[in-house]
Design a protein around this ligand. Structure first.
Ligand code: ADP
Ligand code: ASP
Ligand code: MG
Length: 417
């Protein structure tokens, strides 16, 4: 007997037929004698609709009321799945975030889970009951509903798995695992059998939407074995690999990966905007005077490049921010004129960040040079570069995103087994 948390994403619960299909996946595990808790997302497209309604009601809406509205999608699916399970004879009950309670911090709209008391869930396991938990939501210190940021049901699932000491957290989605890159844009992307926590963390934070970044952080912190697999498999005869195990990707410790690849995957993000400040006075304290106010305004700065000062007096600084914060960041930088001497400010949101990720890079040179050569050969201009031990990120014109991803995917031979 194992203790499992099973999470089903939006496309997996998009209509009643799919919810019934999900119920069959759950029943299979219950019938096999496992203790099961389930986490569900809202039906595909529902959360977008609710977000649009909030914006329509007022572009500058209160984050607490936004949470009240957008948490509604998961309330519907957890109730429907409990009904579908009961109709199949499975002992099941729905739970909203506040009923457990999944405690969060006060950051409405992008809250972090601070604690989950496990007693109630453990009691349900002992009674042989399946708890169907609404993902994406929790209870903030102000006693109001809080949501965990888009894609947050992954995080609900991993946090619950950590709280109840689950043997595994299965993330059921519309792809049968984590691929070398987004299979929607590269048709010959390959499914990975295993990926290290650290690599998955980079993949997710650099744009691979298959898992929310925070869920990978939690899985890594608490050592939750997380398995990404397809909900579209036949629930009664799931596809099996050569070892008889279901097909999917295990996110695990680096030590469990026998054959370490030089490059594991390529991620991309179009959610980037670039701001360039020219002729900035080059003296101590200038970077603090620019990036301090941006941090105070909760604007996340990602890539930063400062040129060597040619005349010893002025320099150019370029940095990137999320597209959603672009206008706000431009206005803030312009408002610094006076406090920071500069000649001009310009910006563009037509940029994308393409990243190459792999733990093998730690011990190999030349990975970056290969990427630069290949992009140059296709006439793709590199605007900014940042690197860490296990990734290289390159900022390019957004129009070349797909071409750059395909190019990098093929030069590191990620399409080959
Ligand atoms: P869910 O609704 O189940 O949470 P998501 O849409 O959030 O599903 O995540 C699954 C999607 O992530 C896939 O359909 C795929 O297009 C996208 N994706 C992006 N990068 C990758 C990758 N490297 N591997 C697998 N899927 C990826
Ligand atoms: N329904 C939420 C969203 O669309 C949470 C999730 O699906 O994980 O972002
Ligand atoms: Mg998701």
């Amino acid at each position: 007997m194992a203790r499992l948390v099973m999470k089903f994403g939006g496309t997996s619960v998009a209509d009643l037929d799919r919810i019934r299909n999900v119920a069959r996946h759950v029943k299979r595990e219950v019938d096999a004698g496992h203790e099961v808790a389930v986490v569900v997302s809202a039906m595909a497209g529902e959360t977008n609709k609710l977000v649009a309604l909030c914006r329509g009601a007022s572009p500058l809406h209160d984050a607490r009321e936004y949470d009240t509205v957008v948490a509604a999608g998961e309330q519907v699916t957890c109730g429907l799945l409990a009904i579908a399970l009961q109709a199949m004879g499975v002992h099941a009950r729905s739970w909203l975030g506040w009923q457990i309670p999944i405690r969060t911090d006060a950051a409405h709209g992008a809250a972090r889970i601070t604690g989950i008391p496990a007693e109630m869930l453990l009691e349900r396991f002992a009674q042989g009951q399946v708890a169907v938990v609404a993902g994406f939501q929790g209870l903030a210190p102000d006693n109001r509903v809080a949501t965990l940021g888009r894609g947050g049901s992954d995080t609900s699932a991993v946090a619950i798995a950590a709280a109840v000491g689950a043997d595994r957290c299965d993330i059921y989605t519309d792809v049968d695992g984590v691929y070398t890159t987004d299979p929607r844009i590269v048709s010959n992307a390959r499914r990975l059998d295993k990926i290290a926590f650290e690599e998955m963390l980079e993949m997710a934070s650099l744009g691979a939407k298959v898992l929310q970044v925070r869920s990978v952080e939690l899985a890594m912190l608490h050592g939750v074995r997380t398995f990404v697999r397809s909900s579209f498999d036949d629930p009664d005869a799931p596809q099996a690999g050569p070892d008889g195990q279901p097909i999917g990707t295990l996110i695990c410790d680096e030590d469990e990966i026998v054959e370490k690849q030089l490059v594991t995957g390529i991620a991309y993000s179009k959610d980037e905007a670039k701001i360039t400040m020219r002729g900035v006075q080059d003296k101590p304290g200038v970077a603090a005077a620019i990036f301090g106010p941006l941090a105070d305004a909760s604007i996340n700065v990602d890539m930063i490049v400062q040129n060597i000062s040619e005349d010893g007096r002025t320099t150019d600084i370029t940095f990137t921010v999320p597209t959603a914060d672009f206008e706000r960041a431009m206005a803030l930088i312009k408002s610094l004129e006076g406090a920071v001497t500069m000649e001009s400010v310009s910006g563009s949101s037509d940029v994308a960040k393409v990243s190459v990720i792999g733990i093998g890079m730690r011990s190999h040179a030349g990975v970056a040079a290969k990427a630069f050569e290949a992009l140059a050969a296709r006439g793709i201009n590199i605007q900014l570069i940042t690197t860490s031990e296990i990734k290289i990120s390159i900022l390019i014109d957004a129009a070349y995103t797909e071409l750059a991803v395909r190019t990098l995917h093929s030069i590191y031979e990620l399409d080959k087994t």
